[in-house]
Design a protein around this ligand. Structure first.
Ligand code: ATP
Ligand code: MG
Length: 148
């Protein structure tokens, strides 16, 4: 089974890319945001940030279990949509796609979502410093960057 992790700063188009790839390649699509909520894979809800503080260790454990279960089910391929998907150990992932967006465009997208100025800044900084890309490299993933 092929496992594709789609990561990137919020708003860079992960869901758009992941859903398109799943459709094109006939892969199963995993919505990690939904899984986190449904299975309470978080420590708390950060009201100021309006986001869940995800327990990455717990998330990895959960996702690895899912990957192994899908493998056993003979699923052809799996696309994992999450800005935390690159934290999965490289041995479980065949390809890590990092979504990237032009800074001007990303800022517009984030503002359009009604994010606070602080949240927009935080995400812009993450994109400027290529946090997801660098962390994915650190993890030893095979990487493909998709700009959109
Ligand atoms: N190639 C593209 N061209 C134009 N707009 C795009 C493109 N890809 C994504 N978008 C737009 O950018 C916005 C963010 O896309 P998307 O929801 O896929 O990002 P995301 O990385 O999944 O965000 P999040 O981390 O919050 O889940 C959406 O409004 C989407 O329509
Ligand atoms: Mg998304």
């Amino acid at each position: 089974m092929k496992v594709i992790a789609v990561t990137g700063t919020p708003g860079t188009g992960k869901t758009t890319i992941a859903k398109r790839m799943a459709k094109e390649k006939g892969c199963k699509y995993l919505d990690v945001t939904k899984l986190v909520k449904e299975n309470k894979i978080y420590d708390s809800y950060d009201r100021k940030k309006k986001a869940y503080d995800v327990d990455v260790k717990k998330l990895n454990k959960f996702l690895i279990k899912m990957i192994l279960a899908e493998k056993a089910e003979k699923t052809k391929c799996l696309v994992i949509d999450s800005h935390l998907s690159h934290y999965l150990p490289a041995r479980y992932v065949d390809l890590c796609i990092v979504a990237k967006t032009d800074l001007k465009k990303l800022k517009k997208r984030l503002e359009k979502r009604g994010y606070s100025a602080a949240k927009v800044r935080e995400n812009m900084d993450a994109e400027i410093f290529d946090v997801c890309l660098n962390e994915a490299k650190e993890e030893g993933h095979r990487i493909k960057i998709i700009k959109n």
